[in-house]
Design a protein around this ligand. Structure first.
Ligand code: RB5
Length: 151
């Protein structure tokens, strides 16, 4: 399975760590940058990776910025993306079971490596429950093509 991973400078160190964890686990990792800890703007980097997921080029991706907030906001602008910002394994589990999150955002300056490793393990191994949650994810999908947010 191919996993995308991308970050800005605030998430670079954690991205580097997680990319190695994923490779060691046997995943095919597509690294969308950035390449170091020099300051860069996160929106284009994260939007490019979100586009890979939204277009179906890859099924899952992890994005990391300093807080995870900017990365999640950007990713969720892209059609077809459901990006969950998680700081703990339970949130990661629920983002898969209930929301079918196809992107995970992490705060590289907020969580440690072992917490991030556990969050990613849970996020990658938890299946979507479907059922009533499938209906709700479908309603989220419908909002992407509607003119207003009025239900
Ligand atoms: C960069 O300084 C920082 O603003 C960015 O990594 C992220 O936290 C934005 O949400």
């Amino acid at each position: 399975m191919k996993i995308g991973i991308a970050s800005d400078h605030g998430g670079f160190t954690l991205k580097h760590f997680l990319a190695q964890v994923l490779r060691d686990t046997g995943y095919d990792v597509e690294d969308g940058g950035c390449a170091g800890d020099s300051s860069v703007d996160y929106p284009p980097i994260i939007a490019r990776m979100a586009g890979r997921v939204g277009s179906g080029g890859i099924s899952r991706a992890i994005v990391v910025c300093g807080s995870g907030i900017g990365a999640s906001i950007v990713a969720n602008k892209v059609k077809g993306v459901r990006c969950a910002l998680c700081h703990d394994p339970l949130s990661a589990e629920l983002s898969r079971r209930h929301n079918d999150a196809n992107m995970l955002a992490l705060g590289g300056r907020l969580i440690g490596e072992e917490m991030a490793r556990r969050i990613v393990e849970v996020w990658l191994s938890t299946e979507f429950e479907g059922g009533r949650h499938g209906r709700r994810v479908g309603q989220i999908h419908d909002l992407e093509s509607s003119e207003t947010m009025t239900p």
